[in-house]
Design a protein around this ligand. Sequence first.
Ligand code: PLP
Length: 416
Amino acid sequence: MPLTLTSTVVSPRPLLFLPGPVCVADSVLQAMTRPLIDHRGPEFSRLLQSIEAQLQPIFGTAGSIFILGSSGTGGLESAVASLFSPGDRVLAAPVGVFGQRLVDMARTYGCRVDVMETKPGFAVDAQQLAERLKRDTARSIRGILLTHNETSTGVANDMRLLAEAIGEHPAYTVVDSVSGMGASDFRMHEWRLDAVITASQKVFAAPPGVAMVALSARAAQRAVAEQVPIFYFNLGKAKQFAELGQTPWTPPISTCFALDAALEAYHAQGAQIVWHRLASYASAIRAAAAALGLENFSQPGAHSNTVVAIKAPAGLDVAELLRGLREERGIVLSGGQKELKGAIFRIGTMGSISQTDVMAMLGALEIALWQQKLQVRSGAGVQAALQVFLEDDVAKLGDGSATDEQTDVQTMATPR
Ligand code: PLP
């Protein structure tokens, strides 16, 4: 195996294997070029309705979902600021950087935050959460902060189990599902969650710029009733304007067009097909990493479908790996954050990417590893991924009624 496999042609269109933003389909990008409309007029009201109606089954709620002109963090901040008051006691169960961000946010708004610790790479222990809440006999905990999918470590929490652990506890439950929503079955109403937040640039594969905040009926009531120390991201105002078919402030209209088109594409494929594709890409990447002698950061039972975090083996310069892939191959992966910088690299599965793209990325990764003189078994990663795809029987989905067209979405060449 030569150590200098020079690429003389780099794809003009980068393949984003980031955990967001992601490759966006041409049809969705084209939606952004539509002429602008009056955001106080009937057309925009219809657009908002269409987005909400398409989001509701994905979130698993018939309740309101507010559209904010911001990235996911604005959505999270709006929920924390609207549901809690200074001095409120809040229990947080972070499993990485984004869970910690929720802790910091709640502290910024004056909450007293108790933090339930979890070892890196693991998901929240539902039993530990249940016991922690059981000890709160005075019901003094006003809020629970959870992360559905922790993008920094490639860990997914089982939200059904965590919701069962919370049971009848009256605290408002806020769930950051920025990189999880749409990637698996989610039942906000059934699981009695109060605020669930996502963003346009993740599973829905639209450009960044829109946060979505779904509220339970009691959370929406509180958001309107309470004087909260937040103006722009005030969910009470969002609710009042949503009733008029508007947003309080000028919305990112073009990104809303794109989000609407992306949601149409999501539903045209079918949610189960999307879940299956993401799970299949993630397990192919994990299998490839193992075959290349690399270790996964998330632990079995805690693996995310949307981002795979891989430990950097001794001798690997992650920054150089990412640079080489980006500049020489047009493939964009992501590094670790904060204390995991240099210790892991992350590969996203979301967006308009095909099986062929996944195998191309894995082949390029192997070359990049060789270039850093890491002895990996030649072709092992691509072969392991291919094996996962070959065994991946889309007909096993649901009731087995996947149509030919749906099957094509799973297996076809690049969908862009
Ligand atoms: N929460 C999670 C789990 C995320 O993955 C991200 C972004 O990657 C955020 C919050 C912050 O979202 P944004 O960068 O859209 O503000």
